[in-house]
Design a protein around this ligand. Structure first.
Ligand SMILES: [Ca+2]
Ligand SMILES: [Ca+2]
Ligand SMILES: [Ca+2]
Ligand SMILES: [Ca+2]
Length: 315
C-alpha cells in the first residue's frame, strides 16, 4: 500500500486573492501579450535586417496575432470564457446537487432533476480553486475522490471499508436530467481534471478517472473522452504538469501534480427532448492520492454536430 502523501501547502497569499487569480487570467490575456511580445521580438529583427522586405514580413506576424482573437470570437460563448476576475471564496464548503447544477449555469427551464453523490463532502461549489477560475459565470462545480474541504491542503482521503482498498467508495457523481431547448442541436460543458496520481503513477494501476456520459435520443454513450479515446485519467496525454501559464496550479492542492487545461465537450442533442447527463470521478486500485474535476458551463447551441468532441478552451 502506498504511503499517503500529505502535502502541506503554504497557500501563497497572492494565489488566494483576487489579485492572485487575476494574475492567472491576466496571463490568459498575456497569451495575446506574449504574441505581441513575439511581434516585438520580430520588430527587433527588421532593424537587424535593415531592409524593407523584413519589416513587411514582420507585419504578417502581428496580423497572425490578430487572427487568434478572431478565432476566439467564432464561438459566441468563447467571449464568456475569459472571466475578468475570480475570487477564491471560502474553501471547505460542501454543496447540494441543486447548487452544483446552478454552478453549472443550467437554467431552471432546462433542469428537470439532479442527483448528487451520497457523500456530500465530495461535492462543492467553488468560485475558484487556487488560481483556476470559472469558465462561465461566477462559480464551478467540484467533484473529488476525497473530501473537498481538504483539497487545497493536498490532504487525500480514503473512505474505508467501502470496497477493495476503499476504492469502490471513493466515487463522486452528479446526474442531471435536462430538458433540451427546442432550437438546440448540440450541448457543451466544460471540465478540468486534476489528479494527485500524476506523475508518480502514470502507467500504473492507480488510474483514477473522470467520466461523463449522455443518454438522449440524438446520442447515447460516453462523452468527454481523452485523445486516446479513454476516460480522462493520469494516463491521458492531456494531463500535464504545466500549460504555459506560470503557477497555474498554485494553491489548488495539485501544485506538484498534473491536470488538464480547461476542456470543452460537445455532444449532439435533439431539440425539445430530454436527456441524462452524468458525471463521475473515482479512485482506482485504492482510495488515496485523490483526483478532482471542475465542471462548468453546460450550454445548448443551435449548431449541429455529428459526434461528441473535446476542445481545449483555456489557456
Ligand atoms: Ca459556472
Ligand atoms: Ca503526484
Ligand atoms: Ca487515487
Ligand atoms: Ca479518496
Amino acid at each position: 500500500m502506498r504511503l499517503v502523501s500529505i502535502l502541506l501547502l503554504a497557500l501563497l497569499a497572492a494565489g488566494c486573492t483576487p489579485n492572485g487569480t487575476l494574475t492567472l487570467f491576466d496571463s490568459f490575456g498575456d497569451d495575446d501579450d506574449s504574441a505581441g511580445s513575439a511581434a516585438d521580438d520580430d520588430d527587433v529583427a527588421p532593424d537587424d535586417d535593415d531592409d524593407d522586405i523584413a519589416p513587411d514580413d514582420d507585419d504578417i506576424a502581428p496580423d497572425d496575432d490578430d487572427i487568434a482573437p478572431d478565432d476566439d470570437d467564432i464561438a459566441p460563448d468563447d467571449d464568456d470564457v475569459v472571466p475578468s476576475d475570480c475570487d477564491n471564496g471560502p474553501a471547505g464548503e460542501t454543496a447540494s446537487a441543486a447548487a452544483l447544477a446552478s454552478a453549472l449555469d443550467i437554467g431552471t427551464t432546462e433542469l428537470v432533476s439532479v442527483v448528487g453523490s451520497t457523500q456530500a463532502e465530495m461535492m462543492a461549489v467553488r468560485t475558484g480553486l487556487g488560481g483556476l477560475c470559472p469558465i462561465i459565470g461566477p462559480d464551478v462545480a467540484l467533484l473529488s475522490t476525497g473530501q473537498v474541504s481538504n483539497i487545497e491542503a493536498a490532504q487525500d482521503f480514503d473512505y474505508p471499508g467501502t470496497g477493495p482498498d476503499g476504492a469502490a467508495g471513493d466515487l463522486a457523481e452528479l446526474t442531471l436530467l435536462l430538458a433540451v431547448p427546442p432550437e438546440a442541436s448540440s450541448m457543451r460543458f466544460h471540465f478540468l481534471f486534476l489528479t494527485r496520481e500524476y506523475p508518480e503513477w502514470v502507467g500504473g494501476p492507480y488510474n483514477d478517472a473522470f467520466e461523463a456520459e449522455v443518454d438522449g435520443p440524438a446520442y447515447a454513450g460516453p462523452v468527454a473522452r481523452d485523445s486516446l479515446g479513454e476516460p480522462f485519467s493520469v494516463n491521458s496525454p492531456e494531463v500535464v504538469p504545466e500549460v504555459g501559464v506560470p503557477n497555474w496550479l498554485t494553491g489548488s492542492g495539485f501544485d506538484k501534480d498534473g491536470a488538464t487545461p480547461w476542456l470543452r465537450a460537445a455532444v449532439p442533442v435533439a431539440g425539445g427532448e430530454t436527456l441524462t447527463l452524468r458525471f463521475w470521478i473515482y479512485d482506482s486500485a485504492d482510495g488515496i492520492f485523490d483526483s478532482a474535476v471542475l465542471l462548468d458551463g453546460v450550454q445548448f447551441f443551435a449548431e449541429g454536430i455529428d459526434a461528441p468532441t473535446v476542445t481545449q478552451v483555456w489557456p
